[in-house]
Design a protein around this ligand. Structure first.
Ligand code: GLP
Length: 240
C-alpha cells in the first residue's frame, strides 16, 4: 500500500491510510492502533516515519495517545454551531448527549476587581462564584468558572449541581436573558484545568469568556470556560 517511488512523502501516505481506515469505520473510536514497531515492520519504513504520521493525526484530533498504553482512534469532536446564545445544557441536549455537572465550588463572595469590571459593578458587590465541570454523557467537556451578580439575581438554589442556570433564571425566576459577548482563545491546560478535564497538563484547550446581559443591558454573568481542545470544534455560518 506504500509506494516508495511516489512523489508523496511516505509519512503522508501512512497518514492517509490511517485516515481512510477511520473514515470507513474499519477502525472505530476507542480502537488501539498497532504499535509503531509493528507499523514500521509491516511497511518496511522507519519508526520515525510512522511517528510523524501518527503525530500529525494526533494534532488534528483524529488519534489520541495515552502514556504507557498506546495510540487510539479518538472520539469525533463535538461540533457546535455558533448561532444564538445557548446554555451548555441546551447545547448537549441538541446533540443527543446527557448534560451533567460536577460542582467544585459554590460560594457567595465579593467580586474580584476584574469580575466587577466585567459585570459593571462595584468591587463590594456580592457575586456567586460557581466552579463546575460540565459533562456530556458523563465525560468532562468543559471546566467553567461562573460569576453571577447576586444583587441582580437574588438567591440561587442550593442544589445547583445538576441544574441549568439559564433554565432556572429564565423559567423559574422570569429573567429575560438578552444577549452575550464571547471571546475564544487558544490555550494550554494548567494543572487545575488538566485535573478537572481529565487531560494532561499542557494539552490544548479553548479558553472561552462570556459576558451575558439581560434584555435591558444589565450584565448578569461573567464566565470563563476551558473547553477540551480534543473534543470540541466550533462552526460559524458567515453570510457575505
Ligand atoms: C454555557 C456558557 C456559560 C453559561 C452556561 C449556562 O456553558 N458558556 O456562560 O453560564 O452555558 O449553562 P447551564 O444553563 O447549563 O447551567
Amino acid at each position: 500500500m506504500i509506494d516508495k517511488n511516489s512523489p508523496l512523502p511516505i509519512y503522508y501516505q501512512i497518514q492517509e491510510m490511517i485516515r481512510k481506515k477511520i473514515d470507513t469505520a474499519e477502525w472505530e473510536p476507542g480502537d488501539m492502533l498497532p504499535s509503531e514497531r509493528i507499523f514500521a515492520e509491516d511497511f518496511d519504513v522507519s519508526r520515525m516515519t510512522v511517528r510523524q504520521a501518527v503525530t500529525e493525526l494526533a494534532n488534528e484530533g483524529l488519534l489520541h495517545r495515552e502514556k504507557g498504553k498506546g495510540t487510539f482512534v479518538a472520539e469525533p469532536k463535538i461540533e457546535q454551531p455558533l448561532q444564538g446564545l445557548t446554555s451548555f445544557t441546551e447545547d448537549m441536549k441538541a446533540r443527543g448527549l446527557a448534560p451533567g455537572s460536577v460542582l467544585i465550588q459554590y460560594t457567595l463572595r465579593t467580586a474580584p476587581l476584574k469580575v466587577s469590571e466585567k459585570l459593571q459593578a462595584n468591587t463590594d458587590v456580592p457575586v456567586y462564584e460557581i466552579k463546575r465541570i460540565r459533562l456530556a454523557d458523563d465525560v468532562p467537556m468543559a471546566y467553567e468558572r461562573t460569576f453571577i451578580n447576586s444583587a441582580i439575581v437574588g438567591e440561587l438554589p442550593e442544589d445547583i449541581e445538576n441544574r441549568s442556570i439559564y433554565y432556572f433564571l429564565e423559567k423559574e425566576k422570569g429573567f429575560k436573558i438578552g444577549d452575550g459577548e464571547q471571546t475564544f482563545e487558544a490555550s494550554l491546560a494548567n494543572t487545575e484545568e488538566a485535573g478537572r478535564l481529565d487531560i494532561n497538563e499542557g494539552d490544548p484547550i479553548l479558553l472561552i469568556q462570556r459576558i451575558t446581559y439581560l434584555e435591558d443591558g444589565t450584565p448578569l454573568e461573567y464566565v470563563k470556560s476551558a473547553y477540551r481542545g480534543d473534543r470540541y470544534k466550533f462552526t460559524i455560518k458567515m453570510p457575505r
